[in-house]
Design a protein around this ligand. Structure first.
Ligand code: BG6
Length: 293
């Protein structure tokens, strides 16, 4: 199917009614719905589905850099490129296709990309939807260069929530984080679940491989599992920043939270011929009685 700007999107469907949409622009997942057709990812009502920026929502991919300060644009160029569908990618040494609906995408650097980041790579992305509606993303990045290179990476995931003030994130307690609002100064999180009452923009260092986002009002919990991705980014722009962003409604920060599986604090280095794999799995479950109280 085509998206608003005529760019191809691939729709994945589970036998029970769940679905996911992946745009070839950025390899970005733009929708993930449960068996009842409810959208689980946030998309701004002011999102722009057009180059040169990723649309505000879904799961843009940050590569080869997260944030600014590197040699490429903010969050890297991968989210602003047209990816190709690859019919027969090299085998995944993980049993990921059985009983699933999936698509394989490929990104290789253009001449322009090579000007700001002079490294040859092949970036393979598999997005799959399991019969139970679980969304799986597997990124494989290979160095096809003659010399080593380093990169950072994030699945910049915009979750849809009913009210940010009622949201709690569990799994990051007592971890160290770098605060992007304080020149990346390092702090230590206290023992409680994370809640939101102002702008948050942090990179939690060496986070556990499972994190939960509890949406009290919707009585549901997102479970994020990750492999090869040591860090977790938590971002909510809150009121002032939302007003300054042209592609986000003034009040929409209440309906979103970004929680990204990422590799940022220690960039990944690949020698010639080496490949890195970073995997994220998203699942939504009803909140249990215990976590509700
Ligand atoms: C977050 C960053 O992850 O992404 C923020 O930490 C940034 O600083 C935000 O503003 C959104 O970035 P962009 O380029 O999608 O507007």
């Amino acid at each position: 199917t085509k998206d608003w700007n005529g760019i191809d999107q691939v729709v994945l469907r589970s036998p029970h009614g769940a679905s996911a949409r992946v745009s070839l622009y950025g390899g970005q997942v733009t929708s993930w719905r449960n068996d009842h057709g409810e959208e689980l990812l946030f998309t701004s009502s002011k999102a722009i589905f057009k180059a040169p920026k990723a649309m505000r929502g879904g799961i843009p991919i940050c590569f080869p850099q997260f944030g600014n300060g590197g040699s490429t644009e903010l969050h890297g160029f991968a989210r602003n490129k047209i990816w190709m569908i690859e019919d027969s990618p090299p085998p995944l040494h993980l049993n990921d296709s059985h009983g699933k609906s999936f698509v394989d995408l490929l990104l290789k650097p253009s001449d322009d990309d090579m000007k700001c980041w002079p490294h040859s790579f092949e970036f393979r992305l598999r997005v799959s939807l399991a019969a139970d509606g679980v969304l799986n993303m597997i990124s494989r990045i290979r160095n096809v260069n003659g010399k080593p290179f380093s990169f950072s990476f994030a699945y910049h995931t915009y979750f849809s929530v009913s009210d940010i003030s009622e949201v709690r994130i569990e799994g990051l307690e007592t971890l160290d984080y770098l605060d992007n609002l304080c020149q990346k100064e390092r702090f230590t999180e206290q023992g409680n679940a994370i809640t939101f009452e102002s702008e948050v923009d942090r990179v939690y260092v060496s986070a556990p491989n499972a994190i939960a986002i509890l949406d009290h009002e919707k009585k549901r919990t997102f479970v994020i599992r990750k492999e090869g991705l040591p860090d977790i980014v938590v971002w909510n722009p809150w009121e002032k920043k939302s007003r300054a962003m042209g592609d986000l409604g003034d009040e929409e920060y209440k309906q979103m939270v970004c929680v990204d599986g990422a590799a940022i604090v220690r960039p990944i280095t690949l020698k010639p011929g080496e490949e890195w794999t970073g995997r994220m799995q998203l699942k939504v479950v009803p909140s249990s009685f215990c976590s509700d109280h």
